[in-house]
Design a protein around this ligand. Sequence first.
Ligand code: ADP
Length: 763
Amino acid sequence: MSKRDTPPTAHTGFWLGQKLLLSEAPRKAWAWFFATWLVLSLLAVGLMIGADIQRQQQHFKRVSFYLTRSVEARLKSCELVMFGFEDIIASDPDVRDTELRSYAQQAAKRYSFIYSMGFQQRIAHYQRPTFEYAQRDTFGPDFRIRDYQHDGHAGWLQSANWHTAPARESYIPFTMAEPALTQNARSAMGLDLLADTIVGPTVERALRSTDIEVTPLLRLSNDQSAIAYIHALYSPSPPSTSPIMRPEESIGIVTILLRIDGLINLHDEQSDLFDITLSRQEGASSQYDSAVYSRHALLSPSQLDLLLPRIERREQIATPYFPYELNISSQLRLHTIDRANLLLAILAAALPSYLILLIVTIRHNARKDREFADDSLYRTREHAMVTLQAISDAVITIDNQRMVQYLNPAAQRHLGTSEEQAIGHPLGEVFKLRYEFARRAVADPFIECLAKQQPRELEENSYLLCPDGEKLLIEGSVSPLFDRNRGLIGAVLAFRDTAPLRRRMLEALETSEARLKQHEYELARVTRITSMGEMASGIAHEINQPLSAIMSYCQASLSLLEEDDPNLELIVQAIQSAVNQADRAGKIVHRLREFVSKKTHQHTPVDVNHAISNVLALADYDLRQHEITVDYHPGSHLPLVYADTIQLEQVVLNLVRNAIDAMHGQSHPGCLFVETSFSARHVCIKVGDNGPGIGDDKIDNVFAPFFSTKNGGMGLGLTICQTIIESFGGHISTHNRSSGGAEFVVELPPLDTGTPPYIDTRE
Ligand code: ADP
């Protein structure tokens, strides 16, 4: 089976159905489809964004928590490192510096956020020269205890801002930073930490409190931000309980510099998204306290992301001496939503929208069908109502209890009642049915109709007893009325007054009779003419006698005149006798003409096909007698001809009779061919047969008077036909058909060719 022959499957049927339904979908359905799709898509996208935001929020919360705990853990580690460092300081001074260095290196290696650490001795003023001298071994001959003139920048990088420290009671010069600092950092060596504007207050607090104190944010020589842990060491240890005494008892401070970047370090992908700020918790005691460290997300948000809110979290660091808090924030972003899922959700939203499209279309179609059904019901009802109102027949509807439900105006007229008086009343009250000359009891047609559930004709002698006592002869029927489930709900009575019908029938009968009489008269004339042939034989005989007598009288007169003494008296007598005979012959001819022209011919427009139908009806008996079939081809849209219908019928009848005669007695079944047509400005009638045809020696003579090949034939039929046809301005001819038999062709001018009607002058 080829692919084209494959019958459509249920699958293709389904899609075809969908296609058909969609082609019928109204605009409203499409509007619903797109609106629903839009709403559902927005909903799906909104839900996805919502879910993603929730995910981002949870992630943010987790990261914030993790970061805070990491910072706390790092601070704790730093604290432990510091205590380890202090333990080494307390050890043997000979090996101390080496151990401190190695310890610091290890710690910095392990904890990347530790930048450097060191022990800075407290020097009394009297110790200053010795101290500065001793430090020159390490830091060069220019080493002095110095101050730095800060200009708002929390670093110590401007060499012009350095000054030798004035004389003070005690100093804590910056001399140790392990692992070894960069050259820049080394330039800060000798800074009196106790007198420094930025770190001094913290050092002061550390000396008094014995706790770890944390400096404001500092700027390292490599431009990184940092803070420093400061813890004082005392001798004796522990120091006195009075904070005022403690600075005097301190031997120095341990400093650990912590890189903020390392302290609040996040994984790479996290640092892409989070903004982190580190700021001092309490109110600032100096302008440097209020410094804030900020690290911005590496990935900047898109314009679209900015439509979403930022999420922010303030985290307290649960380390008592750490005075900073973390502020973590992040911009919610859209780019994290999976585009494939988004597309899938939008496509999935099309499915319920499509269902809505189908539902709306189906409902629309159903409503259209219902409207169409209502409309056609209304029209049917309207037709029925108007018909019932307009018809002359009376119609009454009754229910199963024979209560009147409806009656039309004709019924109201016949019953002499109105709708209000009749509806709801028993039928017997308004419709008094009686039977004329009833000899036996007649069954009630309504009861019978309802019982048998079949139509029932009213009896022939039914009449309606009118309220004025008059009898109204009626005819009609009762038909059962069914509901949709073929349940009987009543009956319909339709009846009419038979008086007008009878009157019309009588008139029709009279017209028909008159037409019959007219036809009989015409037929008589046709018969008269048909029998003219026979009469002509007698007339010829009659004419022959006077002609022979005239001949004899004339010959006798000639013989008498040839005599020497002609007897004039005898001659006059003979000529007189000849005149008498001629007069007699003239009268015979006159009688013949009078017989043929019985009446003045009436030329009227004639439908040729109609005339031929009449002839075939007249000849029907003869044709059937001779078992001749008729092959008739009436031409369509023939123009009328101007002729005498009866004479034209007479011509065609004569041709048909000749054909019947010609086919009589032959071995094969006879067939009469009749055809009418319009061609070459003539209406043409052809009458043919399948008889022997006309012999070549005879064909030129058939229209000649008294030419006949039949026994007892007069040979006048075709002559008369020719006379008649020519009197219509037409022409008749004959020829033999190629398939055998003769054919006569009559050509008549059509009415509209302008041929003047032939005026028959015969009387
Ligand atoms: P009649 O019928 O009295 O002979 P017509 O004038 O009607 O006179 O016919 C003349 C002759 O023409 C016929 O005798 C017949 O020989 C010939 N004729 C007429 N019609 C036919 C026909 N259909 N077939 C053969 N011959 C015909």
